[in-house]
Design a protein around this ligand. Structure first.
Ligand code: GLN
Ligand code: ZN
Length: 754
């Protein structure tokens, strides 16, 4: 046994899981049919891995929504309010993931957060005094049974207890250490059960070890695993880490009774040092993550083999992916429109299976290894990324003043209050309105050549006309054009910029049934023509209210694309920032006086270790944002938006973006961030979201009124905006309009009382 992967994409080759699940939610199919589809997907995926020659196949990595939530549900970490709904286990699970509304009975969804430094989201489990941890679920075992019946050499996969504790939310008193004993006992039961089923390996995922681990956390980690490993049976236990290195616990991990340790040698470059300096126990198996689970480029075999040989260990080495392949699309073979000189460099999930197998052949000197090595070598010798000298020169000429907006924000604030003369607590939205079926159809017709570009534009203009009117009727203060022309906030910009390449089927799960199709950065990036100006100007001319222009920021465009590996992130982000600077100035020239530059992905790419936050990231990411807007006039108002309110620990950096207004998520979580903002004397005006758009639930006017009152009790009233917590594109029009109406009415009510 020499090859494995950490996990496989779940959504299906053609996103079958997405469509089946959404049909189920809409009552178009029943549970039996959904389960049948899910089984078919798992079976295909296992057999694809088997066919590629992967020896040890992950089982349990499949999920209807999220693996962390699966583990929480397996172990009865389900808040009472969901149990009280008396639903089937699957519906109870979906209620936690997406909220529940049935007549007057409504329960909010659990919060959702970015999964480490990826664009995947996990559901945040909730621990409270009432949490009674015990093995209650059967999903993992059922899937193991299925796999074994199909003759799959299964490696059962489960989220580890340390990561579970690290990522969860603790309410009403208890802290992580209070659950250690219960977790030991529940995980021991899981292991016992898997032993009875006869699995060869159990993979316990502990990506949270890539964060800084302090001594109290280390104590928890040691205690958890001493306890769990004490009741180990014949199934071997693999401690699987990814997204970084395990420097803080390397000695603990290697001295505990694990049978295998899985390390990421791609993102966790330092793991190589750890293995070399401290040695790796000869009696354990080293699962070497050498094929990048997060990027789509072919593996450079020569370098990988060098790395593997450099491990210099007597231990058995099993080749693996660096992370779950969840973060890459299904197969590059599906791409018929990617230029062939680019396509030959792509490896998606299916191709990565072959790469692991080929690397294994080379590493172990198997007969066909040599040919594979030579072929790969030729490929890497021929790679040529498009080079843009003008862009490179422009970057070389940048100085401090290019990153500094003048006058200072306080001065601008006064000028802008006069300029726009908005009521207190101005209301607005985050940009997109529902992408209804006709909107998507219109786009697909253009793509298929069934309509002309003029017909396509005309349709969108009618949509804009309608939505501007609707916003006026609802009574919003700052309007948007609705983003009907955008399939996706990153792909849309990528398509208009030089340097990007697009896939047709390169879907990657973002959360639940939502997928994204990240563009691929292939060459130097530049803007060749205005991007959003026409739509914004068209919309502006329809109303007397201010029309907000809408752009995606440089850091988000970069983070939600597959990056190049031959230039630094800083270089690519600066190229994108300059392209967007041209766009901002164009919008301003056309009298668009409020411009929102979305940066929802800014926080998620923070290095996992705090000591690297500034030096490896914020020190260039924040200036890149300023570069985009530094040249606008004082009266032009720059907004930014972040979907997640998780920036309590980088408040200064967020303020240093030097935007005039920031909107962010607040409705699903509590308002702790607001207190932090107040304490840190945050200067940017804020629009904390009062409507959770990730859930189909419509908030009532009273509920919103309550939220607004909480906000103005904490924040200076002249610095607060009222808005939903993200764009409305995934919601239905009925839900959106009703919710917005409630928002506006609630705001008016609060205004009248101030
Ligand atoms: N302006 C975008 C929208 O409304 C922002 C989306 C996002 O933050 N993810 O859709
Ligand atoms: Zn958002």
């Amino acid at each position: 046994m020499t090859t494995t992967i950490i996990g496989f994409p779940r959504i299906g080759h053609h996103r079958e899981l997405k469509f089946a699940t959404e049909h189920y939610w809409k009552n178009k199919i029943d549970q039996v049919e959904l389960l049948k589809t899910a089984y078919g997907i798992r079976k295909n995926h296992w057999q694809a891995q088997q066919a590629a020659g992967i020896d040890l196949i992950p089982v349990g990595d499949f999920s209807f929504f999220d693996g962390v939530l699966d583990t929480a549900n397996l172990l009865n970490i389900i808040p009472e309010r969901y149990k009280e709904l008396n639903l089937s286990p699957l519906d109870e699970y979906f209620a936690q993931a997406r909220g529940y509304q049935n007549g007057s009975e409504t329960v909010k969804a659990l919060p959702m957060k970015k999964w480490f430094n990826t664009n995947y989201h996990y559901i945040v489990p909730e621990f409270s005094k009432a949490t009674d941890i015990k093995l209650v679920g059967s999903k993992l075992f059922d899937e193991v049974d299925e796999a074994l019946k199909l003759g799959i050499n299964a490696k059962a996969v489960i989220t580890g207890p340390y990561t579970l504790l690290k990522l969860s939310r603790f309410i009403d008193g208890p802290t992580p250490k209070d659950f250690v004993d219960a977790l030991i006992s529940a995980y021991s039961d899981v292991i016992k059960h898997l032993n009875q089923q006869g699995v060869a390996w159990i993979q316990i995922d502990e990506p949270a070890l890539s964060f800084d681990v302090d001594s109290a956390e280390k104590t928890i980690f040691d205690k958890l695993y001493k306890g769990i490993l004490a009741s180990k049976g014949s199934a071997k236990i693999l401690l699987q880490n990814y997204f970084g290195d395990i420097r803080d616990v390397y000695n603990d991990v290697t001295s505990l009774d694990f049978d295998g340790i899985g390390l990421d040698f791609v993102e966790g470059k330092y793991n190589l040092e750890l293995v070399k300096q401290n040695g790796f126990p000869a009696d354990k198996v080293l699962f070497a993550g050498v094929v990048n689970g997060k990027n789509i480029w072919r593996n450079h075999y020569e370098k990988t083999i060098k790395l593997l040989n450099g491990l210099n260990t007597k231990a058995q080495v099993i080749l693996s992916s660096s992370a779950s392949l969840l973060h890459v699309p299904y197969s590059a073979a599906d791409e018929t429109k990617v230029p062939s000189d680019v396509k030959q460099h792509l490896a998606f999930a299916i191709e990565k299976l072959d790469e692991i197998k080929e690397l294994d052949n080379i590493y172990r000197d198997e007969a066909d290894g040599k040919a594979a090595l030579e072929k790969n070598d030729t490929l890497f010798r021929s790679v040529k990324h498009p080079f843009n000298e003008a862009v490179r020169d422009r970057i070389a000429g940048l100085t401090e003043s290019d990153y500094t907006r003048l006058p200072e924000r306080a001065e601008r604030e006064k000028i802008q209050k006069k300029e726009f003369n908005l009521p207190i607590l101005p209301t607005t939205t985050i940009g997109s309105f529902p992408q209804t079926k006709d909107v998507r159809q219109n786009r697909s017709k253009l793509r298929k050549g069934e309509i002309t570009k003029e017909q396509y534009d005309k349709f969108n203009e009618d949509k804009i006309r309608r939505i501007v009117k609707i916003q006026e009727e609802i009574g919003l203060d700052v309007l948007v054009h609705g983003e009907y022309e955008r399939n996706d906030m990153v792909e849309y910009f990528g398509e208009k910029l030089d340097g990007f390449v697009f896939t047709q089927n390169g879907w990657v799960q973002s959360y639940g049934t939502r997928g994204v199709k990240p563009p691929i950065i292939w060459g130097d990036i530049s803007r060749t023509a205005p991007i959003t100006v026409a739509a914004s100007v068209f919309a502006k001319n329809l109303t007397d209210k201010p029309m907000k222009g809408m752009l995606t920021g440089p850091v988000t465009i970069f983070n939600w694309s597959f990056p190049r590996e031959d230039v630094t992130p800083k270089e690519s982000v600066t190229q994108i920032a300059l392209a967007l600077q041209d766009e901002v100035l164009d919008l301003e020239k056309h009298d668009i006086k409020i411009i929102q530059i979305d940066e929802p992905a800014l926080r998620e790419n923070l290095p996992l270790r705090k000591s690297n936050w500034y030096s490896e990231y914020l020190d260039w990411a924040v200036p890149a944002f300023r570069l985009v807007h530094s040249k606008v006039q004082a009266s032009t108002q720059i907004h930014t938006h972040m979907c997640y309110s998780e920036f309590g620990d980088i408040i200064k950096a967020i303020d240093a973006l030097d935007a005039d207004v920031i909107s962010f998520e607040a409705s699903r979580a509590d308002f702790t961030l607001i207190d932090q903002l107040v304490a840190a004397k945050f200067q940017t005006e804020v629009g904390p979201g009062v409507y959770d758009i990730h859930s189909p639930r419509i908030p009532s006017e009273q509920e919103i009124e309550g939220l607004i009152k909480q906000l103005v009790a904490k924040l200076p009233v002249d610095k607060v905006w009222i808005n939903p917590d993200c764009g409305l594109k995934t919601r239905s029009e009925e839900e959106s309009f009703e919710s917005l109406k409630n928002i506006v009415d609630a705001t008016k009510k609060v205004r009248s009382e101030i």
